[in-house]
Design a protein around this ligand. Structure first.
Ligand code: G6P
Length: 363
């Protein structure tokens, strides 16, 4: 059933495995039989009337906002600003003339996010909640709702909600872009591209043993690790490191690859795992490889996760190529598996890490 673990040792692994299905389901939710966008036209109009999108979220949902930012900006031609919910609840920063707020929340119950929504409503500003839980508080209190429809997420560490949120925002971005007659939006064949994403995820899911071996070699005793990447890969690095920290208790930082040398590289010691994320972005791939070499020269155990096209034969994991707008979805999958395996091989309770709750309803 939907909420049983079946033969899985932990919900997290089940939920990781469900992601191709979540992608395909989103296609049927947000497009009609001709592949045309099926997004609430009122949401599209509200965003068209806005001069800036403010994405407010916490934890993994916050990272998902970053994963969608470049795509949203390109397709809607509107600047996107991200806000950590727990910070924005106090004083709002200076807002643009016509702000539109997007709340990302798997549970729809996060108190920090709600605190911001209360302010937004006091200011009578329009808002959208993207959530996995119909009827949740954030859904009821925002002007509009878009559902991820990923099915119940039981493991505390969020996986399918992250990828589902980015995919949901892709439909929104394309719908708004088309309404604005942005050629980029028409060129972006989301039905095809998201199907390719589902296939790419499936290909990565078949690499579990390889990832388990990497973990066995590098992650069983280490106390710290780094994920590095540039641009979109940096945002995935943030989520990848959060996932590893949450369930394996390995201290891990997601770092902009080029920024590491400006101080933090002093933490690299013999054997420190440094995982580089290199998606198919010609402009930055070579520079990230240079940054990997800098850490190797200081003794780091480098692991490279590269997208097909940017990959080299010696790379550890190769991810099937997807449209650059959607690369946060495909590139995060091996990092979810790496976090899972590290927690599992260390004998920890993957689904219920210490000190954490699935939804935090206190500020
Ligand atoms: C908690 C969970 C995180 C989650 C965050 C935001 O801290 O442990 O996994 O990302 O809340 O939750 P939300 O339901 O708002 O996406």
């Amino acid at each position: 059933s939907d909420i049983g673990k079946g033969t899985y040792p932990f919900y997290m692994l089940k939920e990781i495995d469900e992601q191709p299905t979540v992608m395909r389901k989103l296609i049927s939710t947000y497009t009609d039989e001709n592949g045309k966008m099926k997004v609430d036209p009122d949401i599209v109009k509200a965003i068209q009337a806005s001069d800036r999108l403010y994405i407010i979220a916490a934890g993994t949902s916050y990272n998902a906002g970053f994963g969608a930012k470049a795509m949203l900006e390109a397709l809607t031609n509107t600047p996107v600003e991200l806000g950590v919910a727990s910070e924005w609840g106090y004083d709002m920063p200076l807002l643009s003339k016509n702000p539109f707020f997007i709340f990302l929340s798997q549970s729809g119950e996060t108190a920090d996010s709600r605190q911001v929504l209360v302010k937004v409503n006091e200011l009578s500003l329009p808002s959208l909640t993207v959530t996995n839980v119909p009827g949740s508080t954030l859904s009821r209190e925002a002007t509009y709702t878009m559902l991820i429809g990923a099915g119940p997420e039981i493991a505390v560490a969020s996986t399918k909600a992250y990828t589902g949120q980015i995919a949901t925002l892709a439909f929104l971005a394309k719908a708004v872009g088309e309404a604005q007659e942005n050629p980029l939006a028409f060129e972006f064949d989301l039905v095809k591209e998201l199907s390719l994403v589902a296939q790419s995820i499936e290909a990565t899911l078949s690499e579990k043993e390889k990832i388990a071996a990497i973990v066995k070699k590098n992650f069983l005793t280490t106390r710290n690790a780094f994920y590095i990447g540039r641009k979109q890969d940096y945002f995935v690095a943030m989520e990848a490191s959060l996932k590893l920290k949450e369930i394996s208790y390995v201290q891990c930082e997601g770092f902009a690859a080029g920024e590491l040398k400006h101080g933090t590289i002093s933490l690299i010691e013999k054997g420190t795992p440094v995982i580089a994320l290199i998606s198919n972005n010609e402009k930055v791939a070579l520079h990230t490889r240079g940054n990997v070499m800098e850490t190797v020269a200081r003794g780091a155990a480098a692991i490279v996760i590269a997208e097909e096209g940017a990959a080299r034969p010696e790379d550890d994991i190769v991810v099937n190529a997807v449209h650059p707008y959607l690369s946060a979805i495909s590139m995060v999958i091996p990092t979810q598996l790496l976090a899972y395996e590290t927690s599992f091989q260390r004998g920890l309770d993957v689904d219920k890490p210490r000190n954490l709750a699935k939804a935090v309803t206190v500020e």
